[in-house]
Design a protein around this ligand. Structure first.
Ligand code: NAP
Length: 278
């Protein structure tokens, strides 16, 4: 190792549950880089000041997690087009002159997770459940993959309609009560709601109309195999958990902070899962 140690962090509130320090520290050690990646608990009212002082405090940049991603978009000096489309920033680079550049790597993480199982949903119907931040990243990724039919189902229908207006075709809002029939002919079902997460009720959705060839992807990663994924697997559908997206979204951030292109491997998955169980 040589050169000054590079420091990066994840900023959240709370942030103790974040697996990002474990993930980035694994890559730092694998690439023999003199650097560190820590968790910074920052309440919303201190976010602006923390970001302003990031470079001065010795950080090259940071990742943002709940609840800061949307607020960070308004606090950076330059936001890349992807961050603007998603409406949130999950990575900032703090320049020497005190300015901040904001990026969003969630759509990248979503895309690479889907591609990692050899899936290409071009021109096939995709059903997205949820209309929050994770849904926005998934929709941008699907649009960039040329998906021609996105059925967007959300409990609060007005939110789904607003997203459909904002993103335009191919996004179409579907009523929450019609979710089961919206699965007819679908090639991909994605849960981006928080239903199924530890401490949350399971997602109650009949899969009767979902074709058996469809891939079922859950963005929830704690637990790794949600009730939705268990039910989908039991009826013969291929399933994809949310951990892959979490690992893949970290790759461009690590490259921006530390200058090396890290890989997502089975060993990394196991390493992060061990941290999640601890
Ligand atoms: P968010 O912006 O708060 O959105 C939450 C979504 O869940 C909304 O669509 C909301 O519907 C829906 N919802 C919540 N409770 C519900 C209920 N009881 N019944 C029906 N719908 C309900 O959250 P987010 O940032 O999008 O995150 C959503 C999930 O994705 C979380 O579990 C998060 O951990 C996961 N995620 C994973 C990754 C990854 O890398 N794997 C990345 C980002 C997020 P309403 O609009 O009706 O409230």
């Amino acid at each position: 190792m040589n050169g000054p140690a590079i420091k990066a962090a994840v900023i959240g509130w709370p942030v103790a549950h974040s697996q990002s320090p474990r993930l980035h520290s694994y890559w730092l050690s694998q690439h023999n880089i003199a650097g560190s990646y820590e968790a910074l608990p920052v309440p919303p009212e201190k976010l602006a000041l923390t970001l302003k002082n990031l470079h001065q405090s010795g950080f090259i940049g940071a990742n943002l997690t709940i609840p800061h991603k949307e607020a960070a978009l308004a606090l950076v000096d330059h936001a890349d087009p992807m961050a603007r489309r998603i409406g949130a920033v999950n990575t900032v680079i703090a320049h020497k002159d005190g300015t901040l550049a904001g990026f969003n790597t969630d759509a990248y993480g979503f895309t690479h997770n889907i591609l990692s199982v050899g899936f290409h949903p071009r021109a096939r119907p995709v059903v997205v459940l949820g209309a929050g931040g994770a849904a926005r990243a998934a929709i941008v990724a699907l649009q960039d993959m040329d998906v021609s039919d996105i059925r967007l189902v959300n409990r609060t229908q007005a939110r789904a309609e607003s997203l459909a207006r904002e993103f335009g075709a191919p996004v179409r809002a579907v009523a929450w009560n019609d979710a089961a029939s919206a699965l007819e002919g679908a090639a991909l079902l994605i849960n981006t709601t928080s239903l199924g997460m530890e401490g949350q009720p399971p997602l109650e959705l009949s899969l009767t109309y979902l074709p058996r060839e469809a891939l079922v992807s859950d963005l929830v990663y704690a637990p790794l195999k949600t009730d939705l994924l268990k039910r989908a697997e039991a009826r013969g559908n291929r399933i994809l958990d949310g951990l892959g997206m979490l690992l893949h979204q970290a790759r461009p951030a690590f490259a921006a902070f530390f200058g090396r292109e890290p890989q997502v491997t089975e060993e990394l998955r196991r390493h992060v899962l061990e941290g999640q169980k601890a």
